[in-house]
Write a protein that binds this ligand. Structure first.
Ligand code: SF4
Ligand code: SF4
Length: 469
């Protein structure tokens, strides 16, 4: 292995730090993380299928709907896509590849886009609300089983990790959110890549597979589709791959970071509106709206009523408003270009605010008001399996911070998100030499989203996950 070509271009490379760097580069590093998560998943499955039926007392529901979502938001904010890095659902991949041998096919060309991911994301959040997934340990456990099965089956039949890249709603959530994360894959020296013959980072080197989602490290400008598995770093014979720190807004500011595609733009807009509708599903006005709509539609099916509400909120509004804003923006800019290009220019400005809404909701509200609930839930689990040394559960445990801190905290998070989004919006407009007026429709939309988020967050919200709640 040669290190002659080493030129430390990225200033802060986590792979070069003394202990963490070695651990990350270690061939079995990811496997250790995945096995740890697999143990947690097995515990959740066991408790989900056999444990208490009351959701806030069951490991499957509390760990999934309180802790997973909270930790994921903190990880994305402070580092990057750490869940996908340690994802246990892809563990049976090796077995799947053995079973399939060399008979794997390419994922169909017409599915190689984000339309499937958008559709699954919309359906997933609809099912979450309709079936009250957060309230059912049994259904939560079945979802975990479904993830393992779907990942395994797709790995048997197709090359290029289509489950992660095109299907998994958790992956989609993490991919989009990690575009404002501070860690990203890059290379230390582009010249080394130019003369590199094997391109092992993407092709693999015999011992280590190359990039499962077929990203090419020297050309990466975005965290989209990067599961942070670090196989590229392990496979590169020149140790030329870096896991570098960056300004979290660097990617969304960069005009050429994302492909100018309809599916990518729609994904971001839908993701933004789901951040609102998901919180809206937990506040009192949604129940009044459901009652009214059920009467109007002459139906008693909550599934139909919620399908209408979420169809409007998660599909019609984001698509209609973003296209409308793009059309007005193009006219105000006096440009003659495809609408897709105008939309692509300004869509990334939405990301900081969107991330802030998710963060305020999942990390701020649910996690910080319920994180300690894991203590009595674990005590209860141990009692159920006959271990009595940790005493009786104290079900009043839950909040990490006083409840009256939550509103101001969420407000601060949302204001930071708005400020960052406005900064990106202005930067992208100036980079394109657009007139200031071209920003106005986007500005209006951002402010509308921010105000809607603040109103929803300030309404009394269901505390899903604690007995106390
Ligand atoms: S393997 Fe990839 S990252 Fe490493 S030198 Fe070759 S092209 Fe660059
Ligand atoms: S670029 Fe590919 S191989 Fe490298 S960390 Fe991301 S997903 Fe893994």
């Amino acid at each position: 292995m040669s290190t002659q070509l080493y030129r430390p271009t990225p200033r802060y490379d986590l792979l070069r730090t003394p202990f963490i760097g070695r651990l990350l580069r270690w061939r079995w590093g990811r496997l250790v993380g995945q096995l740890l998560f697999l143990c947690v998943a097995l515990l959740m499955l066991y408790d989900g299928f056999t444990g208490p039926r009351l959701a806030p007392t069951n490991l499957a529901t509390v760990l999934t709907w309180v802790h997973y979502r909270g930790f994921v938001m903190f990880a994305l904010l402070l580092a990057g896509n750490l869940f996908c890095m340690n994802c246990p659902f892809t563990l049976p991949r090796t077995l799947a590849r053995r079973i399939s041998g060399r008979s794997q096919r390419r994922w169909p060309r017409w599915l190689r886009n984000k339309w499937t991911a958008v559709t699954i994301l919309v359906i997933y959040f609809w099912l979450y609300e309709w079936l009250d997934l957060w309230a059912s340990p049994w259904l939560t456990a079945w979802i975990i089983v479904a993830y393992f099965l779907a990942s395994f089956i797709l790995e048997v039949f197709f090359a290029e990790s289509p489950f992660c890249k095109y299907v998994c709603p958790l992956g989609t959530f993490n991919f989009v959110s990690s575009t404002v994360s501070p860690l990203h894959i890059t290379v230390r020296d582009q010249n080394t890549c130019r003369t590199c013959v094997g391109k092992e980072c993407v092709n693999g080197n015999g011992d280590v597979l190359g990039c499962g989602t077929e990203l090419f490290a020297p050309q990466m400008k975005s965290n989209l589709d990067c599961v942070l598995c670090l196989d590229c770093a392990r496979a590169c014979p020149y140790e030329n791959v870096a896991l570098a720190w960056r300004n979290p807004l660097a990617e969304v500011r960069r005009p050429d970071a994302w492909p100018r595609r309809w599916d990518v733009n729609v994904l971001v807009w839908v993701f933004a509106f789901i951040s609102l509708s998901n919180a809206f599903g937990m506040v009192p006005p949604v129940y009044q709206l459901e009652t009214w709509l059920a009467a109007v539609l002459h139906t008693r099916s909550e599934g139909i009523v919620l399908a209408v509400i979420f169809g409007v909120l998660n599909v019609l509004l984001p698509v209609g408003l973003s296209l409308g804003a793009a059309w007005v923006s193009r006219r105000l800019a006096g440009r003659r270009e495809p609408l897709r290009v105008t939309l692509s220019r300004y869509t990334p400005a939405l990301l900081p605010l969107t991330f802030a809404i998710w963060f305020a909701h999942y990390a701020g509200f649910h996690f910080l008001t319920s994180a300690l609930a894991i203590v009595p839930v674990l005590q209860n689990f141990l009692l159920d399996v006959g271990i009595h040394v940790f005493g009786q559960p104290n079900w009043a445990l839950g909040p990490v911070l006083p409840a009256n801190w939550m509103d101001p905290l969420e407000l601060v998070v949302l204001l930071v998100g708005v400020a960052a989004s406005l900064d990106v919006l202005n930067g992208r407009s100036r980079a394109a030499a657009d007139k200031f007026a071209a920003q106005l429709p986007w500005l209006l939309l951002l402010l509308l989203l921010a105000v809607a988020a603040m109103v929803v967050m300030y309404l009394p919200m269901e505390m899903r996950g604690t007995v106390f709640g």
